[in-house]
Design a protein around this ligand. Structure first.
Ligand code: GTP
Length: 363
């Protein structure tokens, strides 16, 4: 079976972390986000991946090459962004007549049972089946109304409070028959959610399948941290590159993942729910929890990072605090004694030498 992965999005909120890679390659427990998905697809009976690429295509091609985890990888390159539907049409020649295929948003992490989803699709006999996830607040997503037989009756994109037809949302994972390509206009940007699924729903050819398990769209910092926590929890133990450079008095709390070439100074405490990429240097007396640190970053003595994401090759000098959903871009420097908190975003290569205590983006 083939799976087409939409991997060409711009990823607005997490852009400060994208100097060298698109969000599909962001680390989760020291592996690229998309690696987790590819492994599960291989286990779920998929043999070929069509990677629909646009923004930062080269980084993906270089990272995956022609095969990964026994999957063949074919790249479908867009000259300009084709949205979520256009890439499916563009891949027409790569898809096999009569065989349904999976379509997945590349920036989602989940443990949805793909085999079960495909079986359900075949049982129902529609043109497409959407995996649905039950969430407490559907307002950031596309909420779906189903009838008793599992037909999708309608979609409400980003519903206002009280306007959602249900708490079931479109998980960005579909099984699609090739005939659906007839519903996608050629050669332009198309939104599957807004232009294709509503027509299929009207014609009674679209089904929804309630999937269980974890599901996170990593589009915003809080969700990315949540995805990291879920992946670490499902692999409970601390994973370590090499222990030699971690001071004996430092503590690493489960679940956490530490890359290779990471140095940790005396009396520092790392974890729980923390991923530290390769070649990060942590000084002494630091506290890092519920956080993600990209490669090559330096965290100076007595600094603390809580519920935050720090991009690659950033420098936090001494006594720095970064907290509460804040996002520090690649190559940023934060000078001695500065506090960054309350969801502040710092764009790449900035130097910040005054504390920021209210939500703000530093461009
Ligand atoms: P935002 O800019 O934050 O909205 O993120 P996004 O660009 O990732 O958009 P969205 O979350 O709607 O995208 C859903 C999925 O489709 C993601 O996996 C994107 O990478 C992917 N995607 C979005 N636009 C395109 C596109 O033009 N081409 C391709 N190939 N994939 C796309």
């Amino acid at each position: 079976m083939k799976a087409l992965i939409l991997a060409g999005g711009f990823g607005t909120r997490l852009r400060p972390l994208s100097c060298t890679r698109p969000k599909m390659l962001f680390p989760l427990a020291n592996q690229a986000l998309l690696d987790w998905t590819l492994r599960r697809l291989a286990d779920g009976g998929v043999d070929t991946i069509i990677l629909a690429v646009n923004y930062m295509a080269e980084a993906l091609v270089r990272y995956y090459g022609p095969t990964k985890f026994d999957l063949g990888i074919i790249y479908s390159r867009e000259e300009r962004p084709l949205g979520t539907g256009g890439p499916i049409k563009k891949a027409a020649d790569l898809l096999t007549d009569g065989d349904p295929f999976l379509v997945l948003n590349g920036d989602i992490i989940s443990n949805i049972n793909y085999r079960r989803l495909v079986e359900y699709h075949k049982e129902k006999g529609g043109l497409a089946t959407i995996a649905l996830i039950r969430v407490p607040d559907p307002s950031r997503y596309g909420a779906v109304e189903l009838d008793a037989e599992g037909h999708v009756l309608r979609f409400v994109e980003k519903p206002e409070k009280g306007e959602a037809p249900s708490n079931l949302i479109n998980a960005g994972i579909y099984v699609v028959e090739k005939d659906v390509l007839d519903y996608i206009p050629d050669g332009r940007k198309v939104s599957t959610e807004k232009e294709v699924f509503p027509i299929l729903a009207e014609e009674g050819k679209l089904y929804g399948f309630e999937a269980h398990g974890f599901w996170v769209d990593i589009g915003v910092p809080e969700a990315y941290l949540e995805a990291n926590r879920l992946i670490l929890e499902s692999h409970r133990e601390v994973t370590m590159g090499e222990r030699d450079a971690v001071d004996e008095s430092a503590e690493i709390l489960e679940p956490s993942s530490i890359g290779t070439g990471v140095r940790v100074g005396a009396n520092s405490v790392i974890g729980p729910n923390t991923s530290i990429s390769d070649h990060v240097h942590v000084g002494q007396g630091c506290r890092i929890e519920n956080s993600i640190i990209f490669q090559g970053t330096t965290i100076g003595d007595y600094s603390s990072v809580k519920n935050a994401i720090i991009g690659e090759n950033a420098t936090l000098e001494k006594w720095v605090k970064v907290e509460s959903g804040s996002l520090i871009g690649d190559y940023v420097t934060i000078t001695d004694g500065v506090t960054i908190t309350q969801g502040v975003t710092i764009c790449p290569s900035k130097t910040v030498s005054e504390s920021i205590l209210q939500p703000r983006q530093v461009m």
